[in-house]
Design a protein around this ligand. Structure first.
Ligand SMILES: Nc1ncnc2c1ncn2[C@@H]1O[C@H](COP(=O)(O)OP(=O)(O)OP(=O)(O)O)[C@@H](O)[C@H]1O
Ligand SMILES: [Mg+2]
Length: 503
């Protein structure tokens, strides 16, 4: 896992943890609050009071039924004491039933024997009733009697008491458990948070890996470039900031590569210029003594041998001719050695092209083309003006060299006519292009690089410096020169120069 990946995952984890952790904290508080409102002390007390009130009701009912039983017991005792008549007693019982509506039946028992009884069906009003029997002893006229009074109480009272008790029970249990219940919620929530963090981590890891892997590749490529490897080029896929970065990286590496090639070439040219200067110097010095010696040998001969005199004159002529050639070479070498650096200032390229057009006849004549007929030279500038930063003298010399080569090539191939050379300039986006095409023999592909090397020539009188100068000048203009085949079959040289602004 890369460092950036670790950082991204840490940020994801922290975000999830803070938001969810915070929400647990508040949720816990809210839950406690809810319990505090719902499960509060006074509410519980009210419930307990309700239960007690209902129990009190039942107790009152029981007491009143005890009193009724007492009253009936005493009434029976009084009646039996007064007159010993079962019939009268039964009439009393009926009367008592009328007086006490909660009494369902009264039995008066003597030992095992039923002495008197009365009962009635209570009026049905839908309520279930619970009956209880209360016994009272009554002693009269030597009889030991037991009065059994059956009292009914609506079942509803018991049920209500039971329900109230249950509610109170549930409530007190809730109250007891409220703390632990909210703890359970917090725990469940905590586990959920943990799971969410794990899932967020996994998703984050997968998503971030796609980005971080590319960043890692980029970092690795940067290291390689730092170590001097300028062949690095990274694939650019999706469209996002990393792609833009990768694209910018590729552009940067390409620029670095270009400028390194440029610097290397200019260094090489510099070394060749050094060499040319030394060579010119070494050759130039002995030339005058050689020429003088030849002249002297010829002029100081006073002998009569006509044949020998002729030989001397012939040798002198050859020596003078070769010395002249060497002088020309030395001149070109030292001119190459003294070639200044391009001194750039803004100017119109088209104007320069125009002036080349004007000097074409002079070039043709210099090369030895008889009249304009055998080689047709056309010069054109499509966009004007084309402002570039340039050294007009140097650039002109470069164009001149290319044009010269082209004319020489077509003239040698087609000395009787049909040779065509085209120099055209145009601009595309931020670049000016100058192309020189010919319909000569062209250049074999394997020599496309070598023709720009100094001293590479296929001509008897050539120095091989022409295209080296072209490349040096173009590179010093921040441009580049390339070579390929012209559609017409000859060579095509193309120079690119950066335009100033958009004109
Ligand atoms: N248009 C062209 N068609 C065919 N060959 C070419 C053309 N231009 C250049 N060359 C080849 O490239 C070689 C190098 O050219 P360059 O101008 O550097 O030197 P040169 O022309 O031989 O010598 P110099 O320029 O001193 O006369 C030439 O000798 C020739 O073989
Ligand atoms: Mg040349």
């Amino acid at each position: 896992m890369s460092r950036i990946e670790r950082k991204i995952l840490f940020a994801i984890g922290l975000t999830v943890f803070l938001t969810l952790g915070g929400s647990i904290f508040f949720a816990q508080g809210a839950l406690r609050e809810v319990y505090r409102v719902g499960v509060n002390e006074r509410f519980g007390q009210e419930l307990v009071h309700g239960v007690e009130a209902r129990r009190g009701q039942l107790v009152a009912l029981r007491e009143s039924s005890e009193q009724v039983a007492d009253a009936i017991g005493w009434a029976v005792e009084a009646e039996v004491s007064e007159k010993d008549s079962r019939r009268a007693l039964e009439a009393l019982l009926v009367e008592l039933l009328d007086r006490y509506p909660d009494v369902k039946s009264v039995r008066v028992v003597e030992g095992d024997r039923l002495y008197a009884a009365a009962s009635r069906e209570p009026e049905p009003n839908g309520d279930a009733l619970r009956a209880t029997i209360r016994s009272r002893d009554a002693t009269a006229r030597g009889k030991k009697l037991r009065v059994e009074v059956e009292v009914v109480v609506p079942e509803m009272y018991f049920q209500r008491l039971q329900e109230a008790g249950e509610v109170a029970d549930v409530y007190s249990r809730l109250q007891r458990e409220s703390a632990s219940v909210s703890d359970v919620y917090v725990w469940v929530f905590g586990v959920l948070v943990f799971l969410v963090i794990v899932v967020a981590f996994l998703i984050g890891a997968i998503a971030s890996r796609r980005v971080t892997r590319r960043v890692t590749v980029l970092a690795e490529a940067t290291r390689r470039v730092g170590a001097g490897d300028l062949t690095v080029s990274l694939p650019t896929g999706a469209t996002d900031e990393v792609t833009e970065l990768t694209q910018a990286f590729n552009d940067m590496v390409r620029d670095l590569r270009d400028s390194r090639t440029r610097i290397e070439y200019l260094q090489k040219i510099g070394a060749w210029q050094d060499f040319a200067r030394r060579l010119a110097h070494e050759i130039k010095n002995p030339l005058t003594p050689i020429q003088l010696a030849a002249q002297e040998m010829d002029e100081t001969y006073t002998g009569e041998d006509e044949g020998y005199r002729e030989k001397l004159e012939h040798a002198r002529a050859i020596i003078e001719e070769e010395v002249a050639t060497l002088r020309r070479l030395v001149g070109e070498f030292s001119a190459f050695a003294k070639l200044p650096r391009a001194d750039l200032s803004p100017a119109d390229l088209c104007e320069l092209i125009q002036s080349i057009q004007d000097s074409v006849p002079a070039i043709l004549e210099d090369i030895g083309v008889d009249g304009p007929a055998p080689v047709e030279v056309r010069v054109s500038c499509a966009t004007r003006p084309m402002h570039v930063r340039m050294d007009p003298m140097m650039l002109r010399r470069g164009f001149d060299n290319i044009l010269r080569n082209a004319i020489q090539a077509v003239y040698r191939a087609k000395p009787t006519g049909g040779g065509q050379v085209l120099l055209r300039a145009y601009s595309v986006e931020n670049s000016a292009f100058i192309e020189v095409l010919d319909n000569g023999p062209g250049i074999a592909r394997e020599n496309w690089d070598r023709v720009f090397d100094p001293y590479y020539t296929t001509k008897v009188e050539g120095t091989g410096l022409g295209l080296a100068i072209v490349k040096k000048v173009v590179l010093e203009h921040g441009g580049e020169v390339s070579l390929d085949d012209a559609p017409e079959g000859g060579a095509r040289f193309r120079i690119r120069l950066p335009l100033i602004g958009s004109s």
